[in-house]
Design a protein around this ligand. Sequence first.
Ligand SMILES: NC(=O)C1=CN([C@@H]2O[C@H](COP(=O)(O)OP(=O)(O)OC[C@H]3O[C@@H](n4cnc5c(N)ncnc54)[C@H](OP(=O)(O)O)[C@@H]3O)[C@@H](O)[C@H]2O)C=CC1
Ligand SMILES: CC(=O)[C@](C)(O)C(=O)O
Length: 334
Amino acid sequence: MAKIYYDKDAKLEHLKDRKVAVIGYGSQGHAHALNLRDSGVDVIVGLYRGSKSWKKAEKDGFEVYEVSEAVKKSDFVSMLIPDTVQPAVYNKYIRDNLKEGSVLLFAHGFNIHYNQIIPPSYVDVVLVAPKSPGHLVRRMFEEGKGVPALVAVHQDYSGKALDYALAYAKGLGCTRAGVIETTFKEETETDLFGEQVDLCGGVAELIKATFEILVEAGYQPEVAYFEALHELKLIVDLIYEGGIYAMWYSVSDTAKYGGMTRGKRIINERVKEEMRKILKEIQTGEFAREWILENMAGRPSFYKLLEMERNHPIEKVGKELRKMMPWIKGIDVD
Ligand SMILES: NC(=O)C1=CN([C@@H]2O[C@H](COP(=O)(O)OP(=O)(O)OC[C@H]3O[C@@H](n4cnc5c(N)ncnc54)[C@H](OP(=O)(O)O)[C@@H]3O)[C@@H](O)[C@H]2O)C=CC1
Ligand SMILES: CC(=O)[C@](C)(O)C(=O)O
């Protein structure tokens, strides 16, 4: 059984004399900066000139500096910019400004695990990876709750790297929920696998396929939306609250029988074989190389695919129907 760390196992005092430079102010960056400051940590923000996040961070009351300046003014650097730009920004603005004994923190292990960033020997290198989108890291903290996280130590120059990681996780509110110690390898490979076959990729394709097949069979798009997407949230909440069995317990016997017999025809052995191939591509670095090359080429496929997602018919139907549900907070995507 994994060792799980909670509030009692983490001491914010380890950050008492530290100045944390949160580099990036996006999904994770804004949440980390706000939660840490609310936890009494001294936080500044590092961005690039012209960043649309600069004004947001200033409006939230942070001192904002260009990345190199923020690193020079700090002894704890939190890398919360996109994985794809981290190596270039690190090499140009961070590496030569890191003080001996600084802590270099990541929220995803990609660039350390695939050797895209090689830190100097005189710093601690740690991971604090919230298992949640950034906006919920903030929302749950404000509600007095927390999201679980993974922590890992890649390099322990000070002998206290895990203490710093746990203190940071506590500052985010993650030790309220529980924090598991892992490795950069395990966090990276499981996170990539989950977001590709389940959380993002798999779920999105299942929702769209359900919607498309119902609509092409002549059912109303609105009915298809409620079945394929809206109700999924309610079902997943049941699973979140009490596990898959609690969901079976709560749905009708007809849904139990239909789901237990037909679900295995969807996620069948052929599908599982494809999932194992995807995991292999992650473990061998094949996916990482493909993603790095896609970015070096200017993201030709990435933007085309994203546009197709944005223009899928389910988006138009959903936007109209969600207007009828004012309790849905919504996320500003423009
Ligand atoms: N999104 C999530 O929920 C999760 C993300 N992570 C990890 O967190 C890290 C940050 O990801 P995420 O929060 O999603 O990133 P976002 O894309 O949401 O935010 C990126 C931030 O970095 C800024 N930025 C972009 N380029 C540069 C640059 N060259 N120099 C300085 N700042 C820059 C952006 O400013 P501007 O907008 O102005 O360009 C923005 O403020 C990644 O390692 C990711 O894997 C981990 C767990 C979950
Ligand atoms: C929220 C999370 O951890 C994801 C889906 O893996 C990500 O956004 O990188």
